[in-house]
Design a protein around this ligand. Structure first.
Ligand SMILES: [Zn+2]
Length: 261
């Protein structure tokens, strides 16, 4: 790579992290592009050392959602100063979190390119076997799908970035934007049960803060209202029945206009 790295991270290691660094190279920052497991022991290190195939995952430590401004509608981060990720948090994402008691417990990192939202589990979930892992894989996916994010992002195998490490794409240090509080596994299952019963109403209340949204965010017709029912939305102006995918669509960027910061 040979690029000059500005914004070198502090040498302080993560809290409680007493593992030796795998490789100390005096000429290079040892924490460039390090990752942290959301599973098993929560190991921190170069991606090739900490990434793990699904069938070797036995413990879930946190549920992580990766929100990349590149995939989102630019109106969600068009205000204020700072990087796209910082603006996206302050202008939009913190309101989503503040509207829901479950998501309100999330820890948020600015990864240097986007946001990692982490719901830390206490206690961690240890899988009794493959069926248990499959169940929690579906639970993680369901929680991830409540916020506009990449639907192809990894679920149980997700890696996050440790605070203080450096993202080589931007040479920015990974920063903590919002400290969270852990959730219990039961609270996760209760949230997923609520989603199963009332998917549209639950997600509309997180993203819009209301069960009646004026004007309808799909057609934007003057005087229209989108009513968030349990499973679908209803717009009496133009749209008729509105599906969850249409609601999410208003938050996503047009693929043709996606660009780097
Ligand atoms: Zn409409």
């Amino acid at each position: 790579m040979g690029t000059v790295r500005k914004n070198r991270p502090s040498r302080k290691r993560g809290d409680g992290d007493e593992r030796p660094s795998p490789e100390q190279r005096p000429d290079k920052d040892p924490r460039v592009d390090w990752r942290e497991q959301t599973f098993n022991a929560g190991d921190v290190g170069p991606v090739e050392q900490v990434s793990t195939p699904l069938d070797l995952i036995t413990t879930l430590r946190m549920i992580m959602v990766d929100i990349d401004p590149q995939h989102l509608n630019p109106v969600l981060f068009d205000d204020g100063k700072g990087t796209f990720a910082s603006r996206l948090y302050h202008q939009t994402v913190r309101h989503w979190l503040d509207r829901d008691p479950f998501w309100g417990r999330a820890t948020v990192l600015n990864t240097g390119t986007g946001l990692h939202l982490q719901l830390h589990l206490d206690p961690v979930v240890e899988f009794a076997g493959p069926a248990d892992r499959d169940l929690w894989g579906a639970v993680v996916r369901s929680v991830q799908n409540t916020l506009p994010s990449d639907p192809n992002a990894p679920g149980l195998t997700a890696l996050t970035r440790p605070v203080g490490s450096v993202n080589s794409k931007t040479n920015r240090t990974v920063k903590l934007l919002r400290p969270g509080t852990p959730v219990t596994p039961d609270a996760v299952l209760e949230f997923v049960d609520k989603l199963r019963r009332r998917p549209f109403a639950t997600i509309a209340s997180i993203l819009h803060g209301a069960d009646r949204i004026t004007p309808c965010p799909i057609c934007k017709t003057d005087g229209s209202t989108l009513a968030a029912l349990d499973r679908v939305g209803r717009c009496y102006a133009r749209c008729g029945t509105v599906k969850l995918a249409q609601l999410f669509g208003t938050f996503m960027s047009d693929p043709a206009t996606q660009g780097e910061e």
